[in-house]
Design a protein around this ligand. Structure first.
Ligand code: ATP
Ligand code: MG
Length: 429
């Protein structure tokens, strides 16, 4: 029996009825980032596996169990990118974009791949918009990243539904000292730690802090605090960030357990979270990674960035009913023509209209059809106006102009006057 073909579990089609919202979202972000002076970079979707192992870290969830890795025909181990930072750093190094300490403010958009358990807000192919800034090491740029996301939430109408959580992980030295103290403390409570945490204690102890297990959480209450181990430089940096967020009027909470899943973070880490999406509540997350570029073979180069999950933000817009009505209307005018001669005239007339009104969204009926069927299609298209051209109109060189959404009466308009008339209507419409 033949099995019908289906998409891979956790990898979704984005259907025509959903794309207007995606394009609205992506367009809003792209405009915002242009305005803040960020430049777009586009990296390949596949990279050498080694890149992710080296940058994300061998003992992270992503590298241990979430990557789509395969051998290509040359026998090279390749991986579908699970995130964008590694490839962005690779590209920056490969093309010398940060040579001589030159600052770079970059952004990217595209699909990412992780073999996770699919559920609402968690997929195996998902999409991120990410920002990465190189060679700017002060808290001012950390603040700018947060300020611009805050502006974005405002533009999208979701500010009230998201909360900013902040932490500082310190430098790798101070983090190392804290890690030692944490391991020593937790080793004394091994029997009360869940299985995952026992394993993490050996491989990636800071990750124990974001356990979901209640018993382990109870143990953590008395654990050493990261803030007590912070070095002066990181503390001053963190104070500088908080002062800027206060000045910008952006509310935040300090979450000392925020450690992030990836190895490469230092100093600032942050997440924007919502309680409107159930368990998958983080819509945007990032932080500073001052050691990463060097770790990947470059000269010492500071970095800070974040990525937002587009699916989760789209879900949030829908949940909060913040989908602007006008984005789904994609047709202004629907052109109905009856008979061969009228069809030919409609074709030349509509092309002339497109010359004269480059922004006009004009759909010409295809596949002929009766008056009734063309009218039905005109209505269904969502157009504000129908143009009607039959033998009678053609003889008089006019088109019948019919408002479809109750804005005035039907009228005849001469071919020559049509563009000028539409120009006034569409602006008003
Ligand atoms: P989570 O804790 O939810 O697994 P993460 O820490 O693994 O998230 P990041 O690697 O920081 O996520 O990615 C940044 C953002 O990308 C997340 O905050 C989320 O919005 C989105 N994201 C991550 N993984 C997925 C996924 N599998 N499906 C949909 N969106 C995702
Ligand atoms: Mg994850």
């Amino acid at each position: 029996m033949s099995k019908s073909l289906q998409a891979i579990r956790g990898m979704n089609d984005i259907l025509p009825e959903q794309t207007p919202l995606w394009r609205y979202f992506e367009g809003t972000v792209a405009r915002l980032l242009d305005n803040y002076g960020y430049k777009q970079i586009r990296m390949p979707i596949v990279e050498f596996t080694e890149l992710f192992k080296r940058s994300i870290g061998e003992v992270t969830d992503i590298v241990e169990k979430e990557m789509y890795t395969f051998e290509d025909r040359n026998g090279d181990s390749l991986t579908l990118r699970p995130e964008g930072t590694a490839a962005c750093v690779r590209a920056v190094l490969e093309h010398g974009l940060t040579g001589g300490g030159q600052p770079q403010k970059l952004w990217y958009i595209g699909p990412m791949f992780r073999h996770e358990r699919p559920q609402k807000g968690r997929y195996r192919q998902f999409h991120q918009i990410g920002l990465e800034v190189f060679n700017l090491d002060g808290p001012d740029i950390d603040a700018e990243l947060i300020v611009l996301t805050w502006r974005l939430w405002g533009m999208l109408g979701i500010r009230d539904a998201v909360k900013l959580e902040l932490n500082s992980l310190g430098t790798s030295e101070s983090r190392g000292r804290y890690r030692e103290a944490l391991v020593e403390f937790l080793s004394g409570h091994l029997d009360k730690l869940d299985e995952d945490s026992q394993r993490r204690l050996k491989t990636n102890p800071l990750r124990v802090l974001d356990t979901k297990n209640a018993e382990t959480q109870a143990v953590l209450v008395d654990a050493p605090k990261m803030a007590d181990y912070l070095d002066d430089e990181s503390r001053i940096h963190f104070e500088g960030l908080k002062a800027r967020l206060d000045a910008a009027g952006i509310p935040y909470v300090i979450n000392p357990k925020l450690v992030r899943g990836l190895d490469y973070y230092s100093k600032t880490v942050f997440e924007w979270v919502t309680d409107k999406l159930g368990a998958q509540g983080t819509v945007c997350a990032g932080g500073r990674y001052d050691g990463l570029v060097e770790q990947m073979g470059g000269k010492p180069t500071t970095g800070v960035g974040f990525a937002m999950g587009i699916e989760r933000l789209i879900l949030l817009l829908e949940t909060l009913e913040q989908v602007p009505e006008e984005i789904s209307r994609q047709v202004d005018v629907y052109f109905c023509a009856f008979g061969e001669a009228a069809e030919l005239a409609a074709l030349t007339l509509s092309e002339k209209l497109r010359d004269q009104l480059p922004n006009l969204r004009l759909q010409v009926n295809a596949g002929a059809g009766s008056f009734k069927s063309q009218f039905k299609k005109a209505d269904k298209s969502g157009a504000l106006y129908a143009l009607i051209l039959g033998d009678d109109e053609l003889a008089q060189q006019v088109v019948s102009f019919k408002p479809l959404r109750g804005q005035g009466e039907q009228q005849s308009i001469a071919f020559d006057a049509l563009a000028a008339h539409l120009a006034t209507c569409i602006v008003q419409g």
